[in-house]
Design a protein around this ligand. Structure first.
Ligand SMILES: Cc1cc2nc3c(=O)[nH]c(=O)nc-3n(C[C@H](O)[C@H](O)[C@H](O)COP(=O)(O)OP(=O)(O)OC[C@H]3O[C@@H](n4cnc5c(N)ncnc54)[C@H](O)[C@@H]3O)c2cc1C
Length: 371
C-alpha cells in the first residue's frame, strides 16, 4: 500500500502559473503564512516566453519591484490572396476568422486596431518569464510543492488527494483547467454539467528567430484565410511566432515563409515548437460560468484564471487583478464568519439562491451554444 504524506494548510493554491502565483503573493502581502502552492510540474512552469505573450496593461501591480516598458504595437489583418495588409477588419473578415479559430459564426477574437485604446508592455528584461520568477522569489520557496498532480477533491472533508500526498485545506484557489477539475471533485453538478460545453483545443506555436526588427516593436498579424493554417503571427523580441490549430507541415512552413520573406528575415532551421494543451477555450456563457463559480465557492473553492475559471478573455494582467480580488474577498468572508457566525454574507447567499430551486437544486437553463 502506498503511504501518502499528509499535510495541512489553511490556503491551498492549485497551479503555479501566473494566477496561482499572484494569489500566493497576495496571501503573503496580507501577512498569511499558512499557504501552499502546488503544481504538477517539477519546477516553475516558465511558459510565457514563447513570442506570443505581452501585457495589455501596466496597472495590475506586483508586490515586488518589477519594471515594465511600453512597446509599440502594430496589428494588422492580412489577406494572403490579395497580399494585402489592413488596419481594421470588416465583418466578413471577422466571421472568417471566427470560423477559422473557433468554428463559430460569431464575430469574435479579432482585434480592431483602429479602435485600440490599450497600450502594450513587456518586462524591461524582455523576458515575460521573469514575472513568474519575480512572484516565486517574493513568495519564498518554502510555500511551493512540485511534482504533485491533483487527482481528487473531497469538498465536504476539504481534502485534496495528489499523486503522492493528501492535503487538508480550509480554502482552495484552483487554476487547474475547469473541464478536468470538474471531473475530480465530488460536487454533483447534476445533469446541467453534462450539458455545459467545456470545449478547448490545443494550440500549436511555431517560433523562428528573426533579425532586423526594430527592438520593442510588436507586430501582430491576423489571418482569416482558411487555406492558411496559421491564424496569428506575432513578431516580438526577435522571435516570429505562429499560432495554428494544427501542427505546421513542411509545406505550410514554406508557403508562409514565401509570403513573409519579403518583410521579415528568418530561417526555417531556427524553428522551435510548443504545444499549449489547454490553449483555446470556449463554451461556457457568462451566466453558466457564474453558476459554476458560485457552486464551487459554496464549498470554499475559488476558481481562477483563463482555464481555472474557463474565461477565455482573461489575460495575464486581468488574472492577477482577479487573484487579488479573490484573496481579498476570502478575507471578507472570514471576517464575516468571525463577526456573525454565518458562513457567507447575506448578500452573497441572496445572489447565490438565484440559481437554485426551492429544494436547493440547480436550476436548469437553456445553454447558448453560440458563445
Ligand atoms: C497562445 C496564447 C497566447 C496568449 N497570449 C497572451 C498575451 O499576449 N498576453 C496575456 O496577458 N495573456 C496571454 N495569454 C493568456 C495567458 O497565457 C493566460 O491567461 C495565463 O497564462 C493563465 O495563467 P493561469 O495561472 O491561470 O494558468 P496556467 O498558466 O495554465 O497555470 C495553471 C497551472 O496549474 C497546473 N495544473 C493544472 N492541472 C493540475 C493538476 N491536476 N494538479 C496540479 N497542478 C495542475 C499547471 O501545471 C499550470 O502550471 C495567451 C494564452 C495563449 C494560450
Amino acid at each position: 500500500m502506498k503511504i501518502m504524506e499528509h499535510i495541512k494548510t489553511k490556503y491551498l493554491v492549485v497551479g503555479a502559473g501566473v494566477g496561482g502565483l499572484a494569489a500566493g503573493a497576495r496571501l503573503k502581502e496580507r501577512g498569511e503564512t499558512d499557504f501552499l502552492i502546488v503544481d504538477k510540474c517539477e519546477s516553475l512552469p516558465v511558459n510565457l516566453q514563447n513570442g506570443v505573450h505581452y501585457l495589455h496593461s501596466n496597472d495590475f501591480g506586483t508586490p515586488f519591484e518589477f519594471e515594465l516598458k511600453e512597446i509599440t504595437a502594430t496589428e494588422e489583418i492580412w489577406d494572403p490572396r490579395k497580399d494585402e495588409f489592413k488596419k481594421a477588419a470588416n465583418i466578413p473578415e471577422m466571421m472568417d476568422y471566427s470560423m477559422k479559430v473557433m468554428g463559430l459564426r460569431h464575430p469574435s477574437s479579432i482585434m480592431d486596431p483602429s479602435n485600440r485604446n490599450w497600450k502594450t508592455y513587456i518586462p524591461m528584461s524582455n523576458n515575460m518569464n521573469d514575472l513568474l520568477q519575480g512572484y516565486h522569489d517574493y513568495i519564498g520557496k518554502e510555500h511551493f510543492k512540485w511534482n504533485k498532480y491533483l487527482e481528487r477533491v473531497a469538498t465536504r472533508e476539504k481534502c485534496a488527494e495528489f499523486s503522492d500526498c493528501i492535503i487538508d485545506y480550509e480554502k482552495m484557489i484552483s487554476t487547474a483547467p475547469l473541464n478536468k477539475f470538474g471531473t475530480i471533485v465530488d460536487i454533483n453538478l447534476g445533469s446541467d454539467y453534462g450539458e455545459l460545453e467545456f470545449n478547448h483545443q490545443a494550440l500549436n506555436i511555431t517560433n523562428y528567430r528573426t533579425k532586423n526588427i526594430v527592438p520593442n516593436w510588436l507586430v501582430g498579424i491576423y489571418i482569416s484565410d482558411n487555406r492558411f493554417p496559421v491564424y496569428r503571427i506575432t513578431i516580438l523580441n526577435n522571435i516570429i511566432s505562429m499560432e495554428s490549430l494544427t501542427k505546421l507541415t513542411a509545406s505550410d512552413e514554406h508557403i508562409t515563409k514565401y509570403h513573409l520573406d519579403r518583410y521579415f528575415d528568418y530561417e526555417l532551421d531556427t524553428k522551435q515548437e510548443y504545444t499549449w494543451e489547454t490553449g483555446r477555450i470556449w463554451g461556457l456563457t457568462k451566466d453558466d460560468r457564474n453558476v459554476v463559480v458560485k457552486l464551487f465557492e459554496e464549498r470554499d473553492i475559488f476558481l481562477l484564471g483563463r482555464y481555472g475559471e474557463w474565461d477565455g478573455k482573461r489575460t495575464i494582467d486581468t488574472t492577477v487583478i482577479k487573484a487579488n480580488q479573490i484573496i481579498d474577498s476570502i478575507a471578507i468572508i472570514e471576517s464575516n464568519i468571525k463577526r456573525t457566525g454565518w458562513h457567507h454574507s447575506d448578500e452573497w447567499i441572496k445572489e447565490n439562491l438565484k440559481y437554485r430551486d426551492k429544494n436547493g437544486r440547480f436550476i436548469k437553463r437553456e445553454i447558448n451554444k453560440n458563445i
